[in-house]
Design a protein around this ligand. Structure first.
Ligand SMILES: Cc1ncc(C[n+]2csc(CCOP(=O)(O)OP(=O)(O)O)c2C)c(N)n1
Ligand SMILES: [Mg+2]
Length: 186
């Protein structure tokens, strides 16, 4: 499975969730598959999608919040796993697209081949943590996390392989912020 297939599989299931996306190819692939006002694309700040997602989940406990993260992003901000577990928002699902490389900057190897990030999350205190390696298992794993109490963690092992024809996010940071905030008004 390639990273973009995670979005192809899960995008049809989205409704009014707040979605916070890690920088680089993860944001770009989601933008290509399903751009929506409720998507908050990180433009630059690596490692911080999880912090922002935590803040959104705590501010809007009645709304499900999804974080789409990368292995490099999670390794860079591993302390945030502990903070998410300690704050324990029931409405948060943290999805990590793990290609074992920093693909957006040239595919340098990370260490997620030897550090099982879902075990780290579970040890920190996430209520659920699953690993998926096949596309056909993704939807049911996601749905089981939706039905369980969060915070949930879904590690999706993928092969590297970004399509260079995938465009960049064309919204300005201000547009991303404004439409995201509007989409969260109740
Ligand atoms: C603080 C900071 N350091 C480095 C970068 C450069 N950078 C952007 S994306 C990226 C790789 C992210 O890796 P990962 O989370 O595994 O996602 P992938 O690119 O593999 O989809 C790096 C190093 C950055 N944007 N900000
Ligand atoms: Mg990666």
């Amino acid at each position: 499975m390639k990273g973009i297939e995670v979005f192809q599989e899960l995008a049809p299931l989205l409704a009014d969730e707040a979605v916070v996306l890690a920088n680089g190819f993860i944001s770009r692939e989601c933008f290509q598959v399903l751009d929506r006002p409720g998507n908050f694309y990180m433009i630059g700040s690596m490692g911080l999608a999880s912090s922002i997602g935590l803040g959104v989940a705590l501010a809007q406990p009645e709304r499900r919040t999804l974080i789409f993260d990368g292995d490099g992003n999670v390794l860079m901000a591993m302390g945030t796993l502990a903070m998410i577990a300690a704050c324990a928002p029931k409405n948060l699902i943290h999805i990590v697209i793990d290609n074992e490389v920093y693909e957006s900057t040239g595919s340098q190897r990370t260490i997620s081949n030897v550090v099982p990030l879902e075990s780290v999350a579970l040890s920190c205190g996430y209520r659920q943590a699953l690993r998926v390696t096949q596309r056909d298992a993704l939807k049911s794993a996601y749905e089981s996390l939706c039905q369980a109490e969060g915070p949930g963690f879904l590690l999706v092992k993928v092969e590297p392989g970004f399509d260079p024809a995938t465009g960049r996010v064309t919204h300005t940071p201000e547009e991303i912020r404004n439409r995201f905030m509007n989409s969260l008004k109740v």
